[in-house]
Design a protein around this ligand. Structure first.
Ligand code: ZN
Length: 475
């Protein structure tokens, strides 16, 4: 080794998705340069952090974050500085945001370029997803431009008629483009005619307030939309990723599709395996307004079983940061209220607690929290502690329990849907690109140090990372 390391995490129990080892982790110029067996002496370094008795995992990769998103009258309150700061506090060192056209005038390309500009304020590394709402003849060219920018996935909604919904023709054509451009289709799946009709029926009966949210969006609407979308993926050959799956049936459809050889992936969010629909009968039901809504206890238990069994690939926050005054503005009508929950900072402890309490290993937790989000989204250099990977590291004591106090967290809001819950899996030290940003002294703001990450092509990355556990960009 030619240089003294900038940083060593010594005596670490290093946990990757594939297994664990006792090692000293050497860091130089933002990269992991070497792992030395912990039986060897600790070499000299500018700074050494002793991790005896602690676990060290790769920095989290949150594949589903909404930053400064405008939806109708509402705008989420987090900007890049606050979202990325909260992410780092929560052990997440890479976030993937969406460039979603605000209205029919904004093109998919303009939406992404706007987000890329905002992301220059980020404290952690950032990648982006694109989004297409309606097809026109410029879309193939725009998607080529996005791919050239390192934006290799396109989100489409099968619901939200009149705002973000893409029709079946658009989804099919964009899937074809994803095959051509080596990208990935990202799908919010809820069957729009059923959601629309069910919501209208409830409105006619005067049952349209927040306490009825879960009844207006039935499980079967999610499952039939997943089924239909999988058929389009099978027909076009496009890889497809389902965001925030909330039912075991939806997850099983993806598992069955994979058995047929379809490249299909399942994401869920911490709230869907932790909270059930009794929250809508609680004192503050507006805290829990999101789509899909929380499901019944049996569904939550079965979804958590799928997660522990490894059937769900990723745990993402779906971070959407509204505060209580926004949440309380239209509790009378599920059609008018802002949907989405703050979660980028609590993703690690909620996921860790949910998974380990369901019998999953720490390795499985690392898979859903960091390794699979990096692999499936083709983000080079992330999701693994190994030589050549970025020095994004989280040190934590798995036994330390803390109770969530939303007002004391760092997201741009005043509550957490997990307020009052006692959780384990809180980061003690966070290293982002070789910088110690969180330690016993608190948070050390790295400034706007986050980088915009160019993602690899989807299949290019999968075959490269199958061939060697190295970041594909380095091959
Ligand atoms: Zn979302």
């Amino acid at each position: 080794m030619s240089h003294q390391p900038d940083l060593i995490i010594a005596n670490a129990t290093v946990v990757n998705s594939t297994g664990r080892q006792e090692a000293h982790i050497l860091v130089h110029h933002g990269k992991i340069t070497e792992l030395i067996d912990a039986a060897q002496p600790v070499p000299a370094a500018d700074r050494t952090i002793d991790a005896t008795g602690k676990l060290v995992i790769p920095g989290g990769v949150d594949g589903h974050c909404h930053v400064a998103q405008v939806t109708g009258r509402f705008r989420t309150l987090d900007d890049y500085r606050t979202t990325s700061t909260a992410a780092l506090w929560g052990g997440t060192t890479t976030i993937i945001d969406f460039g979603i056209p605000r209205d029919a005038q904004e093109t998919p390309l303009a939406a992404v370029l706007h987000k890329k500009e905002l992301a220059t304020q980020s404290r952690c590394d950032v990648a982006l997803h694109g989004a297409v709402v309606s097809w026109d003849e410029t879309v193939p060219w725009q998607l080529e431009q996005l791919a050239a920018e390192g934006v290799r996935s396109v989100k489409m909604y099968t619901t939200n008629r009149g705002t973000t919904m893409a029709d079946g023709d658009t989804i099919l054509k964009v899937m074809r483009e994803m095959v051509r451009l080596d990208g990935l289709a990202y799908i919010h799946a809820e069957h729009d005619p059923i959601i629309t009709d069910c919501t209208e029926q409830h409105a006619q009966d005067g049952r349209i307030g927040i306490e009825h949210l879960h009844r207006t969006r039935p499980e079967l609407a999610e499952e039939i939309s997943v089924k239909e979308t999988l058929a389009m993926a099978e027909y076009t050959g496009a890889p497809v990723y389902f965001v925030h799956q909330s039912t075991p049936g939806a997850v099983d459809l993806v598992s069955q599709a994979r058995e047929r050889g379809i490249d299909a992936y399942s994401e869920t969010c911490p709230h869907y395996v932790t909270l059930d629909d009794s929250v809508y009968a609680s004192t503050f039901p507006e805290w829990f307004a999101c789509c899909p809504p929380m499901r019944c206890p049996e569904t939550v238990a079965a979804l958590k079983e799928r997660l522990a069994a490894g059937a769900i690939h990723t745990m993402s926050s779906d971070h959407s940061c509204y505060d209580l005054s926004q949440k309380r503005e239209r509790t009378d009508d599920v059609r008018a209220m802002p949907h989405g929950l703050p979660g980028v900072e609590t993703r690690m402890p909620v996921t860790f607690t949910a998974m380990t309490s369901a019998g999953a290993s720490v390795e499985q937790f690392v898979s859903a929290f960091a390794a699979e989000p990096a692999r499936i989204n083709a983000v080079p250099g992330k999701g693994r502690i190994a030589e050549g990977f970025d020095a994004d590291l989280v040190v934590f004591d798995p036994a330390e329990e803390r109770t969530v106090n939303g007002a004391a967290l760092h997201m741009g809001t005043d509550f957490s849907p997990f307020d009052g819950k006692a959780l384990t899996g809180w980061p003690a030290v966070v290293v982002s690109n070789g910088r110690v940003v969180l330690d016993a002294d608190g948070f050390h703001d790295p400034g706007a140090a986050g980088r915009f990450l160019h993602r690899n092509g989807f299949r290019q990355h999968q075959s490269a990372s199958d061939a060697a556990h190295l970041p594909a960009a380095a091959l």
